[in-house]
Design a protein around this ligand. Sequence first.
Ligand code: SAM
Ligand code: SF4
Ligand code: SF4
Length: 338
Amino acid sequence: MTERTLDKLNRPLKDLRISVTDRCNFRCRYCMPEEIFGRDYAFLPKEKLLRYEEINRLVRIFASLGVTKIRITGGEPLLRKDLPELIRMIASIEDIKDIALTTNGVLLKNLARQLKEAGLQRINVSLDTLDSEKFTRLNSRFHRVEQVLEGIEAAAAAGLQVKVNMVVMKGINDDEIVSFARYFRDTQHILRFIEFMDVGNTNGWNMEKVVPKEEIISKIQSEMPIERVEPNYFGEVATRYRYKGTDKEFGIISSITEPFCSSCTRARLSSDGNLYTCLFASKGYPLLQLLRSGASDETIRAKIIEIWQDRTDRYSEERFQLSQEQKQKKIEMSYIGG
Ligand code: SAM
Ligand code: SF4
Ligand code: SF4
């Protein structure tokens, strides 16, 4: 039986984001800077990762609490072996209506078809620059922009609905806002600009490096006429815009300048099975321990209800009021996923 579970701010539990690995083949400066995530970095050992059967069991329990949307993320989720197998398991759960995945796209070319056949519907590919040299500095020394673009095309050809995510940073890639808009306006893929966020503790974030939504809009507006589009559903994180006279759209996720905590219905599961109720949380609840101690579905379900009912998170709305000390202990983005 599905039941509606509300937190302390009356927000229902509707989405679950699952990180399937903390490892990544990129070292994006804003997420896993190379000097911190170097050769000696201690990633999780295999036995500490949630196994697919464990994820499947948890998703069934979450579905019974009202979750209908799943996003698979990481680290880089396509590094996890046999990922289509996990997608297939989740797709067979009746109450799960939507399965999406976020990836850096480099391994997508060879996996897109299998993922689609397994039941994946949507994919978000992260791409911050179309410039090879900048890509080397910002994302990966060992891969090329063309591989990501090929991944995007392979995903679309396989029948996946593709969105492209660009994290915009002042002085780094804000000079590419208009060229990105133009490039993806001419394809059928929806581009989403993301304001650079202060996730984790290692990416050197400060407000000067954020390009606010209004600035992104005015840059595009000065070259191409655009208009606002109504949200698809309540709580949609991206504000949508259309290029006038076309059916092509883009979106902006403005979690810094226009936080959307009041409609946040997302829970997050780290790759080692900790449950988090906010992207900026410092503490998670160890569900893996509970699973492996032989707890029944009913016990796990009751624990999740208790955690969600106790939830008061609204970090993005409180960001500028919190002390430096309160901000220091956040989990890293690569550990919990976006
Ligand atoms: N590796 C995959 C990828 O890059 O798409 C999935 C995991 S990644 C952590 C998920 C998303 O978070 C990506 O779109 C990435 O650009 C975004 N992200 C990471 N760090 C960010 C930050 N500091 N601010 C805004 N978005 C960030
Ligand atoms: Fe890897 Fe994604 Fe983080 Fe880049 S944003 S380092 S691709 S996990
Ligand atoms: Fe949700 Fe936390 Fe982000 Fe607010 S800051 S939208 S509560 S994840």
